[in-house]
Design a protein around this ligand. Structure first.
Ligand code: UDX
Ligand code: UDX
Length: 475
């Protein structure tokens, strides 16, 4: 990576200070990239979680992202600082990014669909209390349309009569490729108020991104278009996955092969080949939450048919996960009770330690309900987080004893009746499956939830092997 100092004569003043509230999967990498590309800007990332902040300040950051450590090594302590001093960070900043969680509400109006905006609202109040002058406040978190309005109302109700500008600048990075996505984004989207002050605020943020992003890739819109574009982008991506996964079900019934269908369909340049890899189901912190958010928006706008249309994307994803766990049970003579199943991969995709909404959680829960014992291996996900994610069944007598997390894939598979590949980690393609087969109970089964293995080779070893969207074990 080449450090970009060429634009140091930019309009952005050299004393500019940025504060990011929320040192998570979005805030951490994004601010690291910003500090790296803009050595003249001081960036403070603040967070309520002191353990997380300490981890960011150590040589073991709380998240794993290829290329992140390298950048942190260059900028941390230079112009990037992690701290719990939220008030200090806000007070000093000219621009404040909100990278806070917006989880789906579990109680009250909109429960199960609408996002809970309490963290955003609390931070807006804190900004209003602490600031002695107007600032630019940037929504990075994915939020419902018109959230900027509520933020602005809170900010502008401050006692010092300071005037704030609220911008929407949704983040499109995908985990596992965050650094590459941040360094070379398809687009940067900035929405703001259409007034003179709003336009000036947009201009300021454009100047910052223009230090490394070509201008033609920086899109500016009004606030509501920007907020809605983020929800729409995630909904479209998830919709593609549910579409190909729905076809995988049909493939299993008809003799077609979903990977071949995806290749043939994706070769049409109008459709394109990306995001057509059928799998055990999409996961991650965003897709489900954002579609539920969209459904809620549609319903509250009186568009029940539109809401119903999007709801099917989520329905299809749950069905895909359930079909996978049911298939394991069915192939193992309709019972996995007392059987050991090796789970290879627990993160929601490769190259991240994030397990939020991972399909593995749902499949494992189904198998535990069927009284299987699980031996789980993931190269990055933390054992404690895996166990917590499965804690829904912890209260059911003795079930916790049925979950084992191990640090070696061969150990996970040894003595198992079946292996289930849940994440497409590259290292799984390099495993010695003959060695795994020899260490397993017979007959030995393998279920590839990511279609990353050559099932013919696996079958030649002696496994009964199954993938996604193939008609039978010999297909
Ligand atoms: C979050 C949102 O979930 C997502 O909707 C949005 O698009 C981007 O921001 P992410 O960075 O993945 O995504 O969330 P997470 O990793 O949970 O990080 C949020 C951080 O905010 C945590 O470190 C948490 O401790 C911190 N936080 C939360 C605060 O500092 N203050 C709060 O009041 C609440
Ligand atoms: C997504 C969006 O891609 C990103 O733009 C947005 O900012 C946040 O939400 P993320 O959830 O981090 O990013 O990862 P993504 O690569 O989109 O994968 C989401 C899920 O879809 C993963 O479980 C992944 O394994 C699955 N997936 C993706 C497939 O099953 N098949 C594919 O072809 C692509």
């Amino acid at each position: 990576m080449k450090e970009d100092n060429e634009n140091s004569s930019s309009m952005v003043p050299s004393t500019l200070e940025i504060c990011c509230i929320g040192a998570g999967f979005v805030g951490g990498p994004h601010m690291a990239m910003l500090a790296y590309k803009c050595p003249d800007i001081t960036v403070s990332v603040v967070d309520v979680d002191s353990k997380r902040v300490a981890a960011w300040n150590s040589d073991k950051p709380p998240i794993f992202e290829p290329g992140l450590d390298e950048i942190l090594g260059l900028v941390r302590g230079r112009n990037l600082f992690f701290s719990t001093d939220i008030k200090g960070g806000i007070y000093r900043a000219d621009i404040i990014f909100m990278c806070l969680p917006t989880p789906t509400k579990s109680n009250g109006l909109g429960a199960g669909f609408a996002p809970d905006l309490k963290y955003i609202e609390n931070s807006a109040r804190q900004i209003a209390d602490v600031s002695d002058s107007g600032k630019i406040v940037v929504e990075k978190s994915t939020v419902p349309v018109r959230t900027a309005e509520s933020i602005r109302r809170i900010l502008n109700a401050n006692e010092r009569n300071a005037r704030f500008q609220v911008l929407s600048n949704p983040e499109f990075l995908a985990e596992g490729t965050a650094i590459a996505d941040l360094e070379n984004p398809d687009r940067v989207l900035i929405g703001g108020d259409e007034s003179l002050e709003g336009t000036q605020a947009i201009g300021k943020l454009v100047e910052i991104y223009a230090k490394w992003v070509p201008r033609e890739r920086i899109i500016t819109t009004n606030l509501w278009s920007s907020e809605l574009s983020k929800l729409t982008a995630n909904a479209f991506l998830a919709q593609r996955l549910s579409s190909i996964n729905s076809i995988s079900m049909l493939c299993e019934e008809t003799g077609a092969n979903v990977d071949e269908v995806a290749e043939a369909v994706g070769a049409d340049s109008r459709i394109g080949s990306k995001f057509l890899k059928s799998s055990v189901g999409f996961g991650g912190s965003c897709f489900k939450k954002d579609i539920l958010n969209l459904i809620y928006l549609c319903e509250s706008s009186g568009l029940s048919e539109v809401a119903e249309y999007w709801r099917q994307v989520v329905v299809m994803n749950s069905l895909q996960r359930r079909r996978f766990s049911s298939r394991i049970v069915k192939e193992l003579s309709n019972s996995v009770s007392g059987k050991r199943i090796a789970i290879l991969g627990f993160s929601f995709k490769k190259d991240t330690n994030d397990i939020r909404e991972s399909a593995a959680i749902y499949v494992c829960r189904d198998l535990l309900k069927e009284e299987a014992s699980l031996s789980i291996y993931d190269p990055r996900a933390l054992s404690e987080e895996i166990k917590n994610a499965l804690s829904i069944i912890r209260s059911e007598a003795g079930l916790r004893d049925k979950i084992e997390t191990v640090s070696d894939p061969y150990q996970a598979c040894s003595g198992a009746h079946a292996v289930a590949v849940m994440t497409e980690w590259d290292e799984f393609k390099e495993l010695d499956f003959k060695r795994i087969f020899d260490s397993m109970k017979k007959p030995a089964f393998l279920f590839d939830g990511r279609n990353i293995l050559d099932l013919k080779d696996i079958e030649e070893i002696g496994f009964h092997a199954f993938g996604i969207g193939r008609s039978s074990e010999k297909a």
